[in-house]
Ligand binder design. Structure first.
Ligand code: AMP
Length: 172
């Protein structure tokens, strides 16, 4: 299956200059969506995994589907102020300014082997902050899997310690 055919490019969304990769066109397809989830998992199929960590918000969609498939737990990493119980927080750099992500303190422990899931790898700031949260909770990071990678933004360089997989690469 050519997954690229299911991704819709929206120029200048949400701001001028961004080529937004719209995945809703893949999600609504009854064959492409489950097949994409299977392919996102395939490189890690020989690994022991105890938790899927999904990054808000589109990482929840792929991550939850994968957790169900693997019969393992799902842990959300969220934007600030969304998680109700005690959290750890990690700041990361945006192009302009800073943002942060949070995880529940009791979501991961030292016995966990974690696969991180998101829809898209751009600069890698979001994914690197997520790795930092999991390491602070002493979890083992098995790897990271993305549907899409924007290769020119070199997000992989921020994730050099980990196994990183993506299904579709764009060189824009
Ligand atoms: P980054 O931290 O730069 O790797 O950005 C990754 C996060 O931002 C992911 O959660 C994506 O959903 C979102 N994102 C960044 N760039 C795009 C884009 N061009 N199209 C769609 N989503 C994007």
């Amino acid at each position: 299956m050519n997954f690229e055919n299911f991704i819709r490019n929206i120029p200048d969304f949400p701001i001028k200059g961004i080529q937004f990769k719209d995945i809703t066109t893949l999600l609504k397809d009854s064959e492409a969506f489950p097949m994409a989830v299977d392919y996102m998992y395939a490189p890690f199929r020989t690994e022991e995994i105890t938790k899927i960590v999904g990054i808000e918000s589109r990482g929840f969609i792929f991550g939850a589907a994968l957790a169900y498939k693997l019969n393992v737990g799902f842990v959300p990493v969220r934007k600030p102020g969304k998680l109700p119980a005690a959290t750890l927080s990690e700041e990361y750099q945006l192009e302009y300014g800073k943002d942060s992500l949070e995880i529940h303190k009791d979501a991961i422990n030292s016995l966990d082997r974690v696969l991180i899931v998101d829809d898209l790898l751009a600069t890698g700031g979001t994914a690197a902050a997520t790795c930092a949260l999991i390491k602070r909770l002493e979890g083992t990071i098995v790897g990271l899997t993305f549907l899409i990678e924007l290769t020119q933004l070199k997000g992989r360089e921020k994730l050099a310690d980990y196994e990183v997989h993506s299904l579709i690469q764009y060189e824009i």
